[in-house]
Design a protein around this ligand. Structure first.
Ligand SMILES: [Zn+2]
Length: 344
C-alpha cells in the first residue's frame, strides 16, 4: 500500500510518500479499514519533530480517518466489508481499573492513535472494531475524517469540562485553529453568545464571514477591556484558550466572576505567568481536557446528525502532498481542517 512515513524525527522534508506492507488483522476483534481520507493535526507536527511519540521508525503518522471496512476479524459481528466508517482516534489498554468502568480518559496507557501504533496517513489501517463508528448523516469521507480529534476534544472541553449552558458568553481564542473552530460551531449550536479572538486580521475576517461577528484582534488591543465593553462589564462565562504562553493571563482577565477557563493546548508556551489572586478572588475554575471517551465521540456523532453542522474544511490535499499540508499548518495559514485524500 501507499503511505506517508517518517524514518527519523525531523523537519517536513522527512515525510516520505512510499510503498510499504499492508497491515494485517492482529486480533479477532480487529478490522482493517480502507481509508479514503485522513486529516492533519498539530499532534502530527509534534510527533514528526520528535515530541510525544512512543514508536520505532519507520512510522506512519495521522490519527483521524474515514473510509470503508475492508476485512473483519472472526469475532466482529456488527461490521462487514464495504461499511463506511469513521475512526475513534484514541487507544486505551482496556483492562485497567479505569477502563473496566469505562473511565478511559484516566487509563494509564491511554494514547492517541499514531503516538504508539501506526496512524492513518495510509491506504489501510488495522483498528479495534469498537473504534469504528458510522459516518454522520450526509457527511463526505473528507468531512468524516475532519472531525474526530478536534471536535471530540472541543466537545469534552466545552460540554463535559466547561459545562456550557445556553445563553452564556464564550470567548474562543486562536480562531482558525482546529479546536477553536470546532468550539465556535459547538458553542453556537448550544445557544451561547460567542466572542472570537486572533492575532491575525484575515482569520478574524473569515470568522466574521461565518457569522461570528464579535471578533477581536487580541494582539492590537487590550482584550479584557474590549471584552468588558462587549459584555456590559460582565466578562465571559467560559474561555477556550489552547494557546497558553504569555497571553494566557489575558484569557483569565476576560472571565466573569465564577467563570471557567478550559484548555487543551500550549502552542505559545506551557509555563504562563498567572496571577493566582485573580483566580481565588473571582472564584475561577480552570479545566483541562484530552482523551475524549467513546461516549463523547458518540455524543459528537449525534450532534452532527441532528444539528446540521459540518466541520469547516480549509484545504484538501492528496496524501502524497502531506508535506505541503504540514507546511500550511506550521505557517498557521489554515482556517479549519486540512484534509488528505488517500487516493492521490
Ligand atoms: Zn486502561
Amino acid at each position: 500500500m501507499n503511505a506517508v512515513r517518517i524514518h527519523a524525527a525531523g523537519a517536513i522534508d522527512g515525510l516520505r510518500y512510499e510503498n510499504c506492507e499492508e497491515p494485517q488483522l492482529e486480533r479477532p476483534t480487529d478490522v482493517i479499514v480502507k481509508l479514503v481520507a485522513t486529516a492533519v493535526n498539530r499532534l502530527d507536527l509534534e510527533l514528526r519533530a520528535g515530541a510525544n511519540g512512543r514508536f520505532s521508525f519507520p512510522h506512519i503518522l495521522g490519527c483521524d480517518g474515514a473510509g470503508r471496512i475492508e476485512a473483519v476479524g472472526a469475532e466482529v459481528g456488527h461490521l462487514k466489508p464495504g461499511d463506511p466508517v469513521c475512526v475513534y482516534p484514541f487507544v486505551h489498554c482496556g483492562s485497567c481499573q479505569f477502563c473496566a468502568v469505562k473511565e478511559y480518559d484516566r487509563c494509564a496507557d491511554r494514547r492517541i492513535l499514531s503516538q504508539c501504533e501506526y496512524g492513518t496517513y495510509a491506504e489501510y489501517i488495522t483498528v479495534p472494531a469498537k473504534s469504528c463508528f458510522p459516518i454522520p448523516f450526509g457527511f463526505s469521507f473528507e468531512e468524516a475524517a475532519a472531525f474526530p480529534l478536534v471536535y471530540t476534544t472541543a466537545w469534552r472541553l466545552m460540554m463535559t469540562q466547561g459545562k456550557l449552558i445556553p445563553g452564556e458568553i464564550v470567548l474562543i481564542r486562536g480562531v482558525g485553529g482546529g479546536i477553536a473552530t470546532a468550539a465556535c460551531q459547538i458553542a453556537a449550536s448550544a445557544g451561547a453568545r460567542i466572542i472570537v479572538s486572533s492575532a491575525k486580521d484575515e482569520k478574524l475576517a473569515r470568522a466574521k464571514a461565518l457569522g461570528f461577528e464579535l471578533a477581536i484582534n487580541d494582539d492590537a488591543v487590550d482584550l479584557a477591556k474590549e471584552v468588558r465593553g462587549l459584555t456590559a462589564k460582565h466578562g465571559v462565562d467560559l474561555a477556550v484558550d489552547c494557546i497558553g504562553g504569555a497571553d494566557w493571563g489575558k484569557s483569565l482577565a476576560c472571565l466573569a466572576r465564577g467563570g471557567r477557563l478550559v484548555t487543551c493546548g500550549a502552542i505559545a508556551g506551557a509555563n504562563p505567568p498567572t496571577d493566582l489572586r485573580r483566580i481565588f478572588w473571582n472564584h475561577l475554575k480552570i479545566c483541562g481536557a484530552t482523551y475524549p471517551t467513546r461516549d463523547e465521540f458518540r455524543q459528537v456523532l449525534k450532534f452532527f446528525d441532528y444539528s446540521g453542522v459540518k466541520p469547516i474544511i480549509d484545504t484538501v490535499y492528496a496524501l502524497r502532498e502531506a508535506a505541503q499540508a504540514h507546511r500550511r499548518m506550521e505557517q498557521r495559514r489554515h482556517f479549519g481542517k486540512i484534509v488528505l485524500r488517500t487516493d492521490g
